[in-house]
Ligand binder design. Structure first.
Ligand code: OAD
Length: 235
């Protein structure tokens, strides 16, 4: 039986595909006020600003490609039972070939009605795949409500966290790539791994956690994945 490998990824895994991260120097949260474009209060204050922000991200995604780190994660499926939990709203893991990807913070290529059922029970019934199209004020869902990005805004619940926790609990190996581990509940997920499960972190910056299980591969995602795969081979 294949070992279960659970990957938690963040913005850093897509950095080498040309996407700015959020909190690094020059990152998105230096250019935009997070409370304006990524919070539920921001949405109700100025929907157009929020729609424009995600329209721009969606276009950028259309023109981007998965990098060697996304491809290496997908290729691990040959030898491991892999689940990817990503905080990223891009679809680069899927485009690289990963077959099980759980999007904790939503997906750029999807929208849903505001005030829909999702807000009550996290049900995906009303979620609509729009690909790389724009959404503007006045674009309505079948329930008559304005369409909003299918993104978990700050101030909102994270409906998929329970599923993510149960995946981490089953992990034989955990790999964390390119996340500052600043945003909860995602940042606390690794703590649900079994005590004997090794936790690898690939990040060029120092990591804000100290846990004897953690092996820090201090490198960018593409190079770090090469080192990680070498370590797996030697373990
Ligand atoms: P951050 O921007 O907070 O962190 C990015 C991490 O990637 C940092 O630790 C960097 O050191 C690292 N990094 C930078 N370049 C890298 C590279 N080439 N290879 C590997 N790592 C690299 O992004 P997240 O932790 O993903 O949520 O942010 C978490 C959440 O905060 C996001 O999902 C988003 C944001 O606000 C929402 O918008 C809901």
């Amino acid at each position: 039986m294949k070992k279960k490998l659970v990957v938690l990824s963040g913005a850093g895994v897509s950095a080498e595909s040309g996407f700015a991260t959020f909190r690094d120097t020059g990152g998105l949260w230096e250019q935009y006020n997070v409370n304006d474009v990524a919070s539920i209060e921001g949405w109700y204050r100025n929907r157009k600003l929020v729609l424009d922000f995600y329209n721009e991200r969606r276009l950028q995604l259309r023109d981007a490609s998965p990098n060697a780190a996304h491809l290496a994660i997908a290729a691990l499926e040959k030898d491991y039972d892999v689940d990817v939990i990503t905080q990223n709203v891009d679809n680069l893991h899927e485009r690289a070939g990963s077959t099980r990807v759980l999007h904790l913070h939503g997906e750029l290529t999807k929208v849903r009605p505001e005030n829909g059922e999702y807000d009550l029970d996290g049900s995906e019934k009303e979620v609509i795949d729009i690909g790389y199209e724009k959404v503007v004020l006045g674009d309505l869902a079948p329930n008559g409500c304005q369409l909003r990005p299918h993104i978990v805004f700050f101030g909102e619940a994270v409906p998929k966290i329970e599923k993510a926790i149960s995946l981490v609990q089953e992990a034989d190996i955990m790999l964390i790539v390119g996340t500052s581990l600043q945003v909860y509940p995602a940042a606390g997920l690794y703590r649900y791994a079994k005590f004997e499960t090794p936790v690898y972190i690939i990040d060029p910056a120092s990591v804000p956690v100290s846990d004897p299980r953690i092996v820090h591969i201090k490198d960018v995602a593409t190079k770090g994945m090469e080192k990680f795969i070498e370590m797996l081979g030697n373990s």
